[in-house]
Design a protein around this ligand. Structure first.
Ligand code: BUP
Length: 456
Protein backbone atom coordinates (compact mmCIF):
# COMPACT_ATOMS: atom_id res chain seq x y z
CA UNK A 1 0.00 0.00 0.00
CA UNK A 2 1.14 3.51 -0.74
CA UNK A 3 1.69 5.77 2.25
CA UNK A 4 0.76 9.42 2.31
CA UNK A 5 4.39 10.47 2.39
CA UNK A 6 7.05 9.31 -0.08
CA UNK A 7 9.51 6.53 0.70
CA UNK A 8 12.82 7.50 -0.81
CA UNK A 9 15.94 5.40 -1.36
CA UNK A 10 19.15 7.38 -1.13
CA UNK A 11 22.24 5.97 -2.82
CA UNK A 12 25.38 8.04 -2.32
CA UNK A 13 28.76 7.39 -3.89
CA UNK A 14 32.22 7.49 -2.32
CA UNK A 15 33.85 10.31 -0.37
CA UNK A 16 32.62 12.91 2.12
CA UNK A 17 31.86 15.37 -0.68
CA UNK A 18 29.24 12.86 -1.88
CA UNK A 19 28.08 11.45 1.45
CA UNK A 20 27.44 14.71 3.30
CA UNK A 21 24.94 16.18 0.83
CA UNK A 22 23.06 12.86 0.96
CA UNK A 23 22.88 12.94 4.74
CA UNK A 24 21.67 16.54 4.55
CA UNK A 25 19.01 15.55 2.02
CA UNK A 26 18.04 12.62 4.26
CA UNK A 27 17.50 14.88 7.24
CA UNK A 28 15.55 17.38 5.11
CA UNK A 29 13.30 14.57 3.84
CA UNK A 30 12.74 13.28 7.38
CA UNK A 31 11.73 16.75 8.49
CA UNK A 32 9.06 16.56 5.78
CA UNK A 33 7.77 13.21 7.03
CA UNK A 34 9.25 11.09 4.27
CA UNK A 35 10.46 7.56 4.94
CA UNK A 36 14.13 7.24 4.10
CA UNK A 37 16.23 4.19 3.25
CA UNK A 38 19.94 4.95 3.11
CA UNK A 39 21.95 2.53 0.99
CA UNK A 40 25.70 2.67 1.53
CA UNK A 41 28.48 0.55 0.09
CA UNK A 42 31.06 -1.36 2.06
CA UNK A 43 33.96 -1.43 2.50
CA UNK A 44 34.11 2.32 3.03
CA UNK A 45 37.18 4.31 1.96
CA UNK A 46 37.60 6.94 4.68
CA UNK A 47 37.19 6.92 8.45
CA UNK A 48 35.18 10.15 8.18
CA UNK A 49 32.56 8.40 6.04
CA UNK A 50 32.17 5.53 8.55
CA UNK A 51 31.90 7.82 11.55
CA UNK A 52 29.41 10.15 9.86
CA UNK A 53 27.17 7.29 8.77
CA UNK A 54 27.11 5.83 12.30
CA UNK A 55 26.53 9.20 13.95
CA UNK A 56 23.77 10.04 11.50
CA UNK A 57 22.01 6.72 12.03
CA UNK A 58 22.18 6.91 15.78
CA UNK A 59 20.64 10.37 15.65
CA UNK A 60 17.99 9.34 13.15
CA UNK A 61 16.91 5.86 14.24
CA UNK A 62 13.91 6.01 11.94
CA UNK A 63 16.18 5.76 8.88
CA UNK A 64 16.42 2.30 7.37
CA UNK A 65 20.00 1.46 6.56
CA UNK A 66 21.23 -1.01 4.00
CA UNK A 67 24.93 -1.67 3.98
CA UNK A 68 25.74 -3.53 0.80
CA UNK A 69 28.92 -5.41 0.07
CA UNK A 70 30.48 -4.30 -3.19
CA UNK A 71 32.49 -6.33 -5.63
CA UNK A 72 35.93 -4.76 -5.34
CA UNK A 73 37.66 -3.36 -8.39
CA UNK A 74 41.25 -4.28 -9.02
CA UNK A 75 42.34 -1.69 -11.47
CA UNK A 76 46.10 -1.36 -11.41
CA UNK A 77 46.05 1.84 -13.44
CA UNK A 78 44.17 3.91 -10.89
CA UNK A 79 45.84 5.00 -7.71
CA UNK A 80 42.93 6.97 -6.32
CA UNK A 81 40.92 4.80 -3.90
CA UNK A 82 37.86 7.01 -4.35
CA UNK A 83 37.86 6.45 -8.11
CA UNK A 84 38.18 2.71 -7.51
CA UNK A 85 35.25 2.90 -5.15
CA UNK A 86 33.12 4.73 -7.76
CA UNK A 87 33.81 1.86 -10.07
CA UNK A 88 33.04 -0.88 -7.58
CA UNK A 89 29.77 0.72 -6.50
CA UNK A 90 28.74 1.04 -10.15
CA UNK A 91 29.70 -2.56 -10.85
CA UNK A 92 27.85 -3.83 -7.78
CA UNK A 93 24.67 -1.79 -7.94
CA UNK A 94 22.79 -4.57 -9.75
CA UNK A 95 22.93 -6.46 -6.45
CA UNK A 96 20.38 -3.95 -5.17
CA UNK A 97 17.69 -5.18 -7.55
CA UNK A 98 15.92 -7.49 -5.06
CA UNK A 99 15.91 -4.78 -2.40
CA UNK A 100 14.63 -2.07 -4.72
CA UNK A 101 11.93 -4.29 -6.17
CA UNK A 102 10.49 -5.65 -2.95
CA UNK A 103 10.66 -2.90 -0.37
CA UNK A 104 7.74 -2.30 1.94
CA UNK A 105 6.40 0.32 1.72
CA UNK A 106 7.44 0.41 -1.94
CA UNK A 107 9.86 3.11 -3.01
CA UNK A 108 8.26 6.26 -4.34
CA UNK A 109 11.60 7.35 -5.80
CA UNK A 110 15.30 6.64 -5.86
CA UNK A 111 17.76 9.50 -5.40
CA UNK A 112 21.12 8.27 -6.68
CA UNK A 113 24.49 9.98 -6.93
CA UNK A 114 25.53 10.92 -10.48
CA UNK A 115 28.41 8.47 -10.08
CA UNK A 116 25.99 5.51 -9.86
CA UNK A 117 23.47 6.70 -12.45
CA UNK A 118 24.58 4.20 -15.07
CA UNK A 119 23.50 1.21 -13.03
CA UNK A 120 20.65 2.65 -10.96
CA UNK A 121 18.76 4.75 -13.51
CA UNK A 122 18.03 1.94 -16.01
CA UNK A 123 17.21 -0.49 -13.18
CA UNK A 124 14.76 2.01 -11.66
CA UNK A 125 13.15 2.48 -15.08
CA UNK A 126 12.71 -1.28 -15.37
CA UNK A 127 11.09 -1.39 -11.94
CA UNK A 128 8.89 1.58 -12.71
CA UNK A 129 10.35 3.63 -9.85
CA UNK A 130 11.03 7.30 -10.68
CA UNK A 131 14.73 7.99 -10.31
CA UNK A 132 16.43 11.29 -9.70
CA UNK A 133 20.11 12.06 -9.96
CA UNK A 134 21.75 13.87 -7.09
CA UNK A 135 24.35 16.22 -8.46
CA UNK A 136 26.99 17.03 -5.85
CA UNK A 137 28.84 19.45 -8.09
CA UNK A 138 27.85 22.71 -9.80
CA UNK A 139 25.23 22.72 -12.54
CA UNK A 140 27.85 24.07 -14.91
CA UNK A 141 30.28 21.24 -14.22
CA UNK A 142 27.46 18.72 -14.47
CA UNK A 143 26.76 19.97 -18.01
CA UNK A 144 30.41 19.35 -18.83
CA UNK A 145 30.09 15.78 -17.54
CA UNK A 146 26.94 15.32 -19.62
CA UNK A 147 28.95 16.37 -22.66
CA UNK A 148 31.83 13.97 -21.91
CA UNK A 149 30.56 11.09 -24.08
CA UNK A 150 30.92 13.47 -27.06
CA UNK A 151 34.15 15.02 -25.85
CA UNK A 152 36.02 11.72 -25.47
CA UNK A 153 35.39 10.93 -29.12
CA UNK A 154 37.35 14.05 -30.02
CA UNK A 155 39.94 14.78 -27.30
CA UNK A 156 41.71 17.15 -29.72
CA UNK A 157 39.13 19.71 -28.58
CA UNK A 158 41.16 19.90 -25.37
CA UNK A 159 44.49 20.03 -27.15
CA UNK A 160 45.37 23.63 -26.50
CA UNK A 161 45.16 24.95 -22.96
CA UNK A 162 44.90 28.57 -24.08
CA UNK A 163 41.66 28.00 -26.00
CA UNK A 164 38.06 27.42 -25.04
CA UNK A 165 35.84 24.39 -25.13
CA UNK A 166 32.49 25.09 -26.73
CA UNK A 167 29.53 23.10 -25.50
CA UNK A 168 26.47 24.01 -27.54
CA UNK A 169 24.29 26.52 -25.73
CA UNK A 170 26.69 27.18 -22.83
CA UNK A 171 29.17 29.95 -22.11
CA UNK A 172 32.51 28.45 -23.25
CA UNK A 173 34.82 26.74 -20.77
CA UNK A 174 38.48 27.77 -20.70
CA UNK A 175 40.33 24.55 -21.58
CA UNK A 176 42.65 25.27 -18.66
CA UNK A 177 39.66 24.72 -16.32
CA UNK A 178 38.91 21.22 -17.62
CA UNK A 179 40.30 18.52 -15.30
CA UNK A 180 43.32 16.82 -16.85
CA UNK A 181 41.89 13.26 -16.70
CA UNK A 182 39.25 14.35 -19.23
CA UNK A 183 42.01 14.47 -21.86
CA UNK A 184 42.42 10.73 -21.47
CA UNK A 185 39.36 8.65 -22.39
CA UNK A 186 40.93 5.63 -20.67
CA UNK A 187 41.41 7.32 -17.32
CA UNK A 188 39.22 5.59 -14.74
CA UNK A 189 37.65 8.88 -13.59
CA UNK A 190 36.74 9.75 -17.18
CA UNK A 191 35.50 6.27 -18.03
CA UNK A 192 33.25 6.17 -14.97
CA UNK A 193 31.76 9.56 -15.76
CA UNK A 194 31.20 8.74 -19.45
CA UNK A 195 29.38 5.57 -18.50
CA UNK A 196 27.14 7.45 -16.10
CA UNK A 197 26.58 10.46 -18.36
CA UNK A 198 25.11 8.20 -21.03
CA UNK A 199 22.21 7.42 -18.69
CA UNK A 200 21.50 10.95 -17.40
CA UNK A 201 18.67 11.47 -19.87
CA UNK A 202 16.72 8.56 -18.37
CA UNK A 203 16.35 10.23 -14.96
CA UNK A 204 13.25 12.24 -14.04
CA UNK A 205 15.28 15.16 -12.77
CA UNK A 206 18.64 16.30 -11.47
CA UNK A 207 18.54 17.47 -7.89
CA UNK A 208 21.32 19.95 -7.16
CA UNK A 209 22.76 21.53 -4.05
CA UNK A 210 22.74 24.91 -5.71
CA UNK A 211 20.63 28.02 -5.64
CA UNK A 212 18.83 29.56 -8.56
CA UNK A 213 20.55 32.98 -8.39
CA UNK A 214 24.01 31.52 -7.78
CA UNK A 215 24.14 29.77 -11.16
CA UNK A 216 21.79 32.07 -12.97
CA UNK A 217 23.77 32.20 -16.20
CA UNK A 218 23.89 28.42 -16.67
CA UNK A 219 20.28 27.91 -15.63
CA UNK A 220 19.16 30.52 -18.15
CA UNK A 221 21.21 28.90 -20.87
CA UNK A 222 19.58 25.59 -20.02
CA UNK A 223 16.15 27.19 -20.05
CA UNK A 224 16.84 28.48 -23.56
CA UNK A 225 16.86 24.84 -24.53
CA UNK A 226 20.01 24.69 -26.59
CA UNK A 227 22.28 23.06 -24.02
CA UNK A 228 23.07 19.52 -25.21
CA UNK A 229 20.05 19.74 -27.48
CA UNK A 230 17.85 19.77 -24.43
CA UNK A 231 18.57 16.11 -23.70
CA UNK A 232 19.00 16.59 -19.95
CA UNK A 233 16.14 16.22 -17.48
CA UNK A 234 15.24 19.35 -15.49
CA UNK A 235 17.60 20.69 -12.88
CA UNK A 236 16.02 21.02 -9.46
CA UNK A 237 18.08 23.40 -7.30
CA UNK A 238 17.15 22.79 -3.66
CA UNK A 239 20.21 24.31 -1.99
CA UNK A 240 21.87 25.39 0.09
CA UNK A 241 21.28 22.11 1.91
CA UNK A 242 21.14 22.68 5.64
CA UNK A 243 23.51 20.85 7.93
CA UNK A 244 22.21 18.13 10.18
CA UNK A 245 23.28 18.22 13.75
CA UNK A 246 25.96 15.89 14.97
CA UNK A 247 26.20 16.16 18.71
CA UNK A 248 29.86 16.05 19.51
CA UNK A 249 32.02 17.76 22.05
CA UNK A 250 32.81 21.25 20.93
CA UNK A 251 36.28 21.20 19.34
CA UNK A 252 39.10 23.16 20.90
CA UNK A 253 39.20 25.28 17.74
CA UNK A 254 35.64 26.48 18.38
CA UNK A 255 36.60 27.79 21.82
CA UNK A 256 39.60 29.42 20.22
CA UNK A 257 37.33 31.09 17.64
CA UNK A 258 35.09 32.32 20.46
CA UNK A 259 38.01 34.38 21.72
CA UNK A 260 38.89 36.08 18.43
CA UNK A 261 37.56 39.43 17.21
CA UNK A 262 34.75 39.51 14.68
CA UNK A 263 35.68 38.68 11.07
CA UNK A 264 39.37 38.50 11.94
CA UNK A 265 40.20 34.86 11.17
CA UNK A 266 41.07 33.26 7.82
CA UNK A 267 39.86 29.67 7.64
CA UNK A 268 41.97 27.42 5.39
CA UNK A 269 40.90 23.99 4.16
CA UNK A 270 41.36 22.04 0.95
CA UNK A 271 38.60 19.51 1.53
CA UNK A 272 38.49 15.89 2.45
CA UNK A 273 40.54 14.34 -0.30
CA UNK A 274 43.25 16.68 -1.44
CA UNK A 275 46.73 15.79 -0.29
CA UNK A 276 48.81 18.95 -0.17
CA UNK A 277 52.53 18.35 -0.72
CA UNK A 278 54.92 19.08 2.13
CA UNK A 279 56.57 21.85 0.12
CA UNK A 280 53.23 23.49 -0.62
CA UNK A 281 52.27 23.19 3.06
CA UNK A 282 55.42 25.15 3.93
CA UNK A 283 54.45 27.87 1.46
CA UNK A 284 50.95 28.07 2.92
CA UNK A 285 52.48 28.50 6.37
CA UNK A 286 54.69 31.32 5.09
CA UNK A 287 51.69 32.92 3.40
CA UNK A 288 49.59 32.82 6.54
CA UNK A 289 52.37 34.34 8.58
CA UNK A 290 53.02 37.04 5.99
CA UNK A 291 49.36 37.96 5.72
CA UNK A 292 49.49 39.15 9.31
CA UNK A 293 45.95 37.85 9.87
CA UNK A 294 44.68 35.31 12.34
CA UNK A 295 44.07 31.85 10.93
CA UNK A 296 42.48 28.47 11.49
CA UNK A 297 44.09 25.91 9.19
CA UNK A 298 43.06 22.29 8.62
CA UNK A 299 46.29 20.58 7.55
CA UNK A 300 46.03 17.46 5.41
CA UNK A 301 48.91 15.72 3.71
CA UNK A 302 47.31 12.47 2.52
CA UNK A 303 44.31 11.65 0.34
CA UNK A 304 42.79 9.18 2.81
CA UNK A 305 42.38 10.24 6.40
CA UNK A 306 43.31 6.80 7.80
CA UNK A 307 46.79 7.19 6.33
CA UNK A 308 47.38 10.65 7.74
CA UNK A 309 49.90 9.99 10.48
CA UNK A 310 52.16 13.04 10.14
CA UNK A 311 52.45 15.25 13.19
CA UNK A 312 51.75 18.95 12.84
CA UNK A 313 55.18 19.87 14.09
CA UNK A 314 56.81 17.66 11.45
CA UNK A 315 54.74 19.19 8.69
CA UNK A 316 54.92 22.81 9.80
CA UNK A 317 58.05 22.98 11.92
CA UNK A 318 58.04 23.57 15.65
CA UNK A 319 59.21 27.14 15.29
CA UNK A 320 56.23 28.09 13.08
CA UNK A 321 53.84 26.72 15.66
CA UNK A 322 55.60 28.65 18.43
CA UNK A 323 55.80 31.90 16.47
CA UNK A 324 52.12 31.80 15.52
CA UNK A 325 50.82 30.50 18.83
CA UNK A 326 48.88 33.65 19.58
CA UNK A 327 47.88 34.33 16.04
CA UNK A 328 46.52 31.12 14.67
CA UNK A 329 45.64 27.53 15.06
CA UNK A 330 46.60 24.60 12.84
CA UNK A 331 44.58 21.43 13.30
CA UNK A 332 44.59 17.90 11.98
CA UNK A 333 41.64 15.59 11.56
CA UNK A 334 37.98 16.28 10.95
CA UNK A 335 36.55 19.66 11.95
CA UNK A 336 33.00 20.87 11.78
CA UNK A 337 33.37 23.14 8.77
CA UNK A 338 29.81 24.39 8.76
CA UNK A 339 30.07 25.47 12.36
CA UNK A 340 33.38 27.19 11.61
CA UNK A 341 32.01 29.07 8.60
CA UNK A 342 29.02 30.19 10.66
CA UNK A 343 31.24 31.58 13.42
CA UNK A 344 31.28 35.40 13.63
CA UNK A 345 35.07 35.54 13.94
CA UNK A 346 35.60 34.04 10.47
CA UNK A 347 36.55 36.73 7.94
CA UNK A 348 37.55 34.69 4.88
CA UNK A 349 37.88 31.15 3.56
CA UNK A 350 40.86 29.90 1.56
CA UNK A 351 39.28 26.94 -0.22
CA UNK A 352 39.88 24.34 -2.91
CA UNK A 353 36.32 25.07 -4.10
CA UNK A 354 34.84 21.60 -3.68
CA UNK A 355 31.17 22.28 -4.39
CA UNK A 356 29.97 21.60 -0.84
CA UNK A 357 32.50 24.06 0.52
CA UNK A 358 31.45 26.68 -2.01
CA UNK A 359 27.78 26.33 -1.12
CA UNK A 360 28.54 26.37 2.61
CA UNK A 361 30.54 29.59 2.20
CA UNK A 362 27.72 31.04 0.09
CA UNK A 363 25.18 30.16 2.78
CA UNK A 364 27.23 31.94 5.43
CA UNK A 365 28.26 34.81 3.16
CA UNK A 366 31.97 34.25 3.83
CA UNK A 367 34.31 35.74 1.17
CA UNK A 368 36.61 33.20 -0.46
CA UNK A 369 40.10 32.93 -1.86
CA UNK A 370 39.44 30.27 -4.50
CA UNK A 371 42.38 27.95 -4.90
CA UNK A 372 41.17 25.03 -7.03
CA UNK A 373 43.25 21.84 -6.84
CA UNK A 374 41.60 19.34 -9.21
CA UNK A 375 38.34 17.99 -10.69
CA UNK A 376 35.42 20.40 -10.87
CA UNK A 377 37.13 23.05 -8.77
CA UNK A 378 38.27 25.54 -11.43
CA UNK A 379 34.79 25.58 -12.97
CA UNK A 380 33.40 26.13 -9.45
CA UNK A 381 35.97 28.86 -8.76
CA UNK A 382 34.72 30.81 -11.76
CA UNK A 383 31.17 30.61 -10.39
CA UNK A 384 32.42 31.92 -7.03
CA UNK A 385 34.08 34.84 -8.78
CA UNK A 386 31.06 35.65 -10.97
CA UNK A 387 28.67 35.50 -8.01
CA UNK A 388 30.81 38.05 -6.14
CA UNK A 389 31.64 35.58 -3.37
CA UNK A 390 35.39 35.62 -3.80
CA UNK A 391 38.53 36.05 -5.85
CA UNK A 392 40.37 33.52 -7.96
CA UNK A 393 43.99 33.77 -9.07
CA UNK A 394 43.97 31.85 -12.35
CA UNK A 395 47.74 31.52 -12.45
CA UNK A 396 47.72 29.16 -9.49
CA UNK A 397 47.81 25.78 -11.20
CA UNK A 398 46.35 22.37 -10.43
CA UNK A 399 47.74 20.43 -7.46
CA UNK A 400 49.39 17.88 -9.77
CA UNK A 401 51.40 20.55 -11.57
CA UNK A 402 54.94 20.82 -10.39
CA UNK A 403 54.91 24.57 -9.75
CA UNK A 404 54.39 25.69 -6.17
CA UNK A 405 52.37 28.75 -5.27
CA UNK A 406 54.75 30.81 -3.16
CA UNK A 407 54.03 32.07 0.32
CA UNK A 408 54.38 35.69 -0.69
CA UNK A 409 51.53 35.45 -3.21
CA UNK A 410 49.36 33.49 -0.81
CA UNK A 411 49.84 36.12 1.88
CA UNK A 412 48.97 38.86 -0.59
CA UNK A 413 45.73 37.19 -1.69
CA UNK A 414 44.67 36.66 1.91
CA UNK A 415 45.27 40.33 2.70
CA UNK A 416 43.38 41.32 -0.45
CA UNK A 417 40.27 39.38 0.58
CA UNK A 418 40.44 40.22 4.26
CA UNK A 419 40.74 43.93 3.53
CA UNK A 420 38.22 44.25 0.69
CA UNK A 421 35.10 45.75 2.25
CA UNK A 422 33.17 45.74 -1.02
CA UNK A 423 33.74 42.03 -1.48
CA UNK A 424 32.69 41.42 2.12
CA UNK A 425 29.42 43.25 1.48
CA UNK A 426 28.79 41.33 -1.74
CA UNK A 427 29.49 38.03 0.00
CA UNK A 428 27.05 38.95 2.76
CA UNK A 429 24.37 39.63 0.14
CA UNK A 430 25.05 36.21 -1.38
CA UNK A 431 24.53 34.74 2.10
CA UNK A 432 21.23 36.56 2.60
CA UNK A 433 19.91 35.44 -0.79
CA UNK A 434 21.06 31.88 -0.25
CA UNK A 435 19.38 31.58 3.13
CA UNK A 436 16.21 33.16 1.76
CA UNK A 437 15.98 30.44 -0.88
CA UNK A 438 15.33 27.65 1.61
CA UNK A 439 12.84 29.53 3.79
CA UNK A 440 9.15 28.75 3.26
CA UNK A 441 8.19 30.18 -0.13
CA UNK A 442 11.84 30.62 -1.19
CA UNK A 443 12.92 29.38 -4.61
CA UNK A 444 14.69 26.22 -3.44
CA UNK A 445 12.02 25.40 -0.89
CA UNK A 446 9.34 25.60 -3.59
CA UNK A 447 11.28 23.24 -5.84
CA UNK A 448 11.59 20.70 -3.02
CA UNK A 449 7.96 21.04 -2.00
CA UNK A 450 6.72 20.52 -5.56
CA UNK A 451 8.99 17.51 -6.01
CA UNK A 452 7.72 15.83 -2.86
CA UNK A 453 4.12 16.54 -3.81
CA UNK A 454 4.77 14.87 -7.13
CA UNK A 455 6.14 11.79 -5.39
CA UNK A 456 3.28 11.40 -2.93
BR1 BUP B 1 38.32 18.24 5.35
C1 BUP B 1 36.64 18.60 6.04
N1 BUP B 1 35.28 19.01 7.94
O1 BUP B 1 37.47 18.66 8.23
P1 BUP B 1 33.74 19.40 -0.76
C2 BUP B 1 35.54 18.69 5.24
N2 BUP B 1 34.32 18.93 5.79
O2 BUP B 1 33.10 19.35 7.68
P2 BUP B 1 35.86 17.42 -1.20
C3 BUP B 1 34.18 19.12 7.16
O3 BUP B 1 33.28 17.96 3.94
P3 BUP B 1 34.62 16.48 -3.62
C4 BUP B 1 36.52 18.74 7.45
O4 BUP B 1 32.20 21.11 5.04
C5 BUP B 1 32.15 19.77 3.00
O5 BUP B 1 30.80 19.65 3.32
C6 BUP B 1 32.92 20.24 4.23
O6 BUP B 1 33.17 18.51 0.41
C7 BUP B 1 33.13 18.95 4.95
O7 BUP B 1 35.16 18.86 -1.08
C8 BUP B 1 32.70 18.40 2.73
O8 BUP B 1 33.91 20.79 -0.31
C9 BUP B 1 33.76 18.38 1.66
O9 BUP B 1 32.84 19.21 -1.92
O10 BUP B 1 34.89 16.53 -2.03
O11 BUP B 1 36.01 16.84 0.12
O12 BUP B 1 37.10 17.66 -1.98
O13 BUP B 1 35.94 16.16 -4.26
O14 BUP B 1 33.62 15.39 -3.80
O15 BUP B 1 34.12 17.83 -4.00
Amino acid sequence: TKSLYPHIALIPSAGMGHLLPFLRIASTLLSRNCTVTLITAKPIVSAAESSHISAFLSQHPQVKHVDFQTIQSHNPTADDPFYLQYESITRSAHLLYPLLSSSSPPFSAIFADFFVASSITPMAAELGIPSYIICTTSIKFFCLIAYLPVLVTDPAKLGNSSTELIIPGLTPFPVSSIPSPFKNPNHLFTRCLVLNAKEFSKAKGIIVNSVDFFEKETLEEIKNGRVLENSLPSFLPIGPLASFEIKKDKGEYMSWLDNQPEESVVYVSFGSRTAISRDQIREVSKGLERSGHRFLWVVKSTKIDKEDKDELKDLLGGSFLERTMNKGMAVKGWVSQEEILAHPSIGAFVSHCGWNSVIEAARQGVPMVAWPQHGDQKVNAEIVEKAGLGIWERNWGWADQAELVCGEEIGEKIREVMEDEKLREKAKKVGEEARKATKIGGKSEKVLKELLELLQ
